[in-house]
Design a protein around this ligand. Sequence first.
Ligand SMILES: Cc1cc2nc3c(=O)[nH]c(=O)nc-3n(C[C@H](O)[C@H](O)[C@H](O)COP(=O)(O)OP(=O)(O)OC[C@H]3O[C@@H](n4cnc5c(N)ncnc54)[C@H](O)[C@@H]3O)c2cc1C
Length: 486
Amino acid sequence: MNSIVIGAGFGGIAASLRLKAKNHKVTLIEKQNDLGGRARVFKKNGFTFDGGPTVITAPYLIFELFELFNKKPEDYIKIKPLDIWYRFLFEDGTSFEYSGNETSMKNQIEKINKNDVKGYENLVKFTQKIFDKGFLELSAVSFDRPFFMMQQLPALFKLKSYKSVYSLVSSYIKNEKLRRILSMHPLLVGGNPFTTTSIYGLILYLEKKWGIHYSMGGTGNIIKGFEKLMNEVGIEIIKGREVNKIITDGKKITGIQLDNQTKIDANNVICNADPPAVYEKMLNRNTNNSLFFKWKKNRMEYSMGLFVYYFGTKKTYDDVEHHTIKFGNKYKEHLDDIFDNKKLNNDISYYLHRPSATDKSMAPEGQDCFYVLIPVPNNQSKIDWSIEGEKMKNLVIDKMEKDLMPNLRENIIEDFYLTPDYFEKELNTKYGSGFSIQPKFSQSAYFRFHNKSEIYDGLYFVGAGTHPGAGVPGVLSSAKVLDKII
Ligand SMILES: Cc1cc2nc3c(=O)[nH]c(=O)nc-3n(C[C@H](O)[C@H](O)[C@H](O)COP(=O)(O)OP(=O)(O)OC[C@H]3O[C@@H](n4cnc5c(N)ncnc54)[C@H](O)[C@@H]3O)c2cc1C
C-alpha cells in the first residue's frame, strides 16, 4: 500500500508513523525545508525560538508514536512537567498562579471570591464528564456517518454542548476574573470562549489529568526526535517541495503532483495541509459536486489570526514565569473585534512565553528568550500587515514594559515577528487563520471536515481542520483515527 502524506506538522508526522507501523510504503512531503509546520523552530544568534506550540499536554500521545516501533521515547526526547502552569495577570495588578495543585488553586480562588470555591469544585467535576465523553471516547473515532453523530447527540446535549465555554463556566463561577481564567482554554485552539462549544471545557480537565509539560530543548526537539525515528523506520521524507495537485480518476485518488511537475502514484493521500485549501486549490473543483458539501464548506467560520513577536534580551527577567497570560480590560470587546468585527483593538490581551525560565539552553548565558502572542483577526480582515505589524510590535512592547518587564525595549537584541500573512502564504492556511476552522459546535465532529473525505476515495485528512481539531493532542488524535479507517 502506497501512502503519501502532504505536510509535516504534528498531524502529518503522526499519520506517517502510524501508517508505517501498518507496513505502508510512506512518503511525507513538506513544502518548507524543515519539518514541524506551526511547530517549526527559528534559531538566531544563540536563541532558539519555538515557532508555535509551547504547552505540551497529554504527552502519552507523543510517547505512543515511539512505542509503535518498540523504541523508548526517552532515547529521543525529554519531557518535563511544570509546577506552575500559567500566571494570569489583570490590568489592576491581580495575579493568579494556575497549577495542578488543588490546595493552592482553592486558596487563590478564595482570595478573589470565597463563594466561588465550591463552584470551582463542581466545575472540575463537570469538565471530567465532558472529558470522559469528548476526549476519551470520541477524540480518536471517525465522524464520517451522520447516524453516528446522531447517536452522540443526546449525550452531548446532556453535557450542555449547546452552551459556550464561557457560559458553562459562568454557571458555576460568579467572579468575572475567575470566569476569564477558567474559560480561556478555547483560545489555545483558536476559538472564542464566548462562542466555542463547551465540549472544549474538556481541556480544563485534560490539563489536570496529565499535567502541563515542557520539552527540553524546545518543542522543536520533539519534531527532531520524530524525524530521527522516521528516518530509522524507512519513511521517505521530501522537504522543500510543495504538492500543487492531487491527481484523480473520477472520484478515486491516484497520486499527487509536485511543484517541479514530478508525479508520484499513491493508493492513499493523507492531507495535513489545511482542508479548505486542499479542496479549493489541489483538487478539481468540478468534482466537488455535492451541494451539501459545498454549503458546508462555504459557511465555515475560521479561527483567529496570530501576531507572534519573538525576541531575545541581553539580560534575564527572572520574575517572569514560563507561561504568562495577560488579560486586557476590554477582553470581550477585544474578542468581538477579532472574531466578528475583524478589526484591531489597542486594549490587547496577550500570552508571553519564556522557555528560558525552565531551560537555559534556549538563550545564550545571561540572556533570555521569549515570544509574545497576540490574537488578531484573520486575513478576512484585509489588514495590511506591512503597516500594522510594526505598530503591533511597539504596542505590545509598551504593554509588557508597563506590566512586567521594565526597560524591555532597550534590552532587546534579537527580534522578528510573524503575522497572518505568514500562515497564509508559507503554511497555506485559508485566510491565514492560526488554527484552521473555529471549534464551534456547528463545525465539530461530523460537521468538521471529515478524516475520510466525504468526496473522494483514498483521500484522508489529519491536523487542525479535521476531527477532533487544533492543538497538539487534537492533531495527534486525528492521526489515530486513521488506524480505524485505512
Ligand atoms: C503560535 C502558536 C502557538 C500554539 N501553542 C500551542 C500550545 O502551546 N499547545 C498546543 O497543543 N497547541 C498549540 N498551538 C496549536 C498547534 O500548534 C497546532 O494546532 C498544531 O501544531 C497544528 O498541527 P497540524 O498537524 O494541523 O499541522 P501544521 O502545523 O499546520 O502543518 C501543516 C504543514 O503542511 C504543510 N503544507 C501545507 N500545504 C502544503 C503543500 N501543498 N505541500 C506540502 N506541504 C504543505 C505546511 O508547510 C505545514 O508544515 C499553537 C499554534 C500556534 C500557531
